[in-house]
Design a protein around this ligand. Structure first.
Ligand SMILES: [Zn+2]
Length: 270
C-alpha cells in the first residue's frame, strides 16, 4: 500500500473533502433518514418488541470472540490475521464520557481512552465486562477492525489518522451488525442508529458553521421517543470528535460509493 494511495485517507484530506457545500444536503438527507429509522426502532423497543438479550459472562465473550473475528476477516477480505489478546477491565463509565449514549446502543468506544496507542502497541483489545451480548459483539467488531487496520496499514499511517480509523471501524461495525442482526433475527444488533444521529448532527452543525450555512433546525430537534439523545449537547462552536467526523464522512462515502468501501479500502482498491 503506497503513500499516494494512503494520502486520500489522511485526516486532513477527509476533513477537507467533508467541508464542502455539496455535502450539506447529503448530510441532511442521511440524517433525516436515520431520524425516521430511530423513531421507528425506539417505538418498537418501548413496546417491548425488541429482545435486548442477556448479559454475557467474561468466559462467554472469550468463547465467542474468535467467531466474531472471522466474520470481520470475511467481511473485509483478509486472511491470516493473528488474534489479538483480549482482556477485561472495569472502566469507570464516567471516564469514557459516554453517558450521553443510550443504554440500548452498542457502546463501541470501549477502548480505555487513557492512551490512544495503548491498543495498537500491544495488539490487545480491552473490553468492559458484564455487558449484554449485542454490546459485546459490537465492541469486538469495532476493536478487532482497529487490529486489522494495525496489521494492514504502515505504522506511520496507523499511528496518526484517527478520523480515518474511527470512520472505517465504525462503518465496518455498522455493516457487520446489520448482517448479524438478520442472521440472528434480532434487531437489537443493528442498533447503531442513535449513535449515527449524534455523529451526523454534531458534524452537520460544525460543517454549517465552517461553510457559513444556516442549519435546518428541524434536523437538530430530538424526536427520539426514548429521549436519550436529548441530553446530547450540540454546540456549534465545538469541533466534533474524530469518531463523529469519521463516522459522518464514511456515511457519505457509503452513499456515494456503496457499502463495499470498507473492504475495498483494506484491499487497496478504493
Ligand atoms: Zn475506535
Amino acid at each position: 500500500m503506497n503513500k499516494e494511495y494512503l494520502h486520500q485517507f489522511e485526516d486532513n484530506q477527509i476533513e477537507r473533502r467533508l467541508l464542502s457545500l455539496e455535502n450539506i444536503p447529503k448530510v441532511e438527507g442521511i440524517l433525516e433518514g436515520k431520524i425516521k429509522k430511530l423513531i421507528l426502532f425506539e417505538k418498537k423497543y418501548l413496546s417491548g418488541d425488541v429482545d435486548i438479550g442477556d448479559y454475557l459472562s467474561v468466559d462467554k465473550v472469550i468463547d465467542m470472540a474468535p467467531s466474531i473475528y472471522r466474520k470481520v476477516d470475511n467481511y473485509l477480505g483478509v486472511r491470516d490475521i493473528t488474534n489479538p489478546i483480549l482482556s477485561f477491565e472495569n472502566v469507570n463509565i464516567l471516564d469514557l464520557g459516554l453517558l450521553f449514549l443510550p443504554k440500548v446502543l452498542p457502546k463501541v468506544l470501549v477502548k480505555k481512552p487513557t492512551n490512544d496507542l495503548y491498543y495498537p502497541a500491544l495488539k490487545r483489545i480491552v473490553l468492559i465486562p458484564c455487558r449484554r451480548k449485542y454490546e459485546s459483539v459490537g465492541a469486538l467488531v469495532h476493536e478487532y477492525t482497529h487490529h486489522i487496520q494495525n496489521e494492514i496499514f504502515p505504522k506511520p499511517f496507523f499511528r496518526k489518522n484517527g478520523i480515518f480509523k474511527e470512520g472505517h471501524a465504525t462503518g465496518t461495525t455498522r455493516q457487520i451488525l446489520e448482517r448479524y442482526s438478520k442472521e440472528k433475527d434480532s434487531e437489537i444488533f443493528s442498533d447503531t442508529i442513535a449513535y449515527d444521529v449524534i455523529c451526523l448532527r454534531r458534524s452537520y452543525l460544525w460543517m454549517c458553521k465552517k461553510l457559513g450555512q444556516k442549519p435546518n433546525e428541524e434536523l437538530l430537534k430530538s424526536k427520539s421517543p426514548l429521549k436519550y439523545i436529548e441530553n446530547v449537547h450540540y454546540n456549534k462552536l465545538e469541533k466534533p470528535s474524530i469518531h463523529e467526523i469519521g463516522n459522518t464522512a464514511f456515511l457519505i462515502y457509503e452513499q456515494l460509493y456503496g457499502k463495499d468501501i470498507y473492504r475495498q479500502i483494506i484491499k487497496g482498491e478504493f
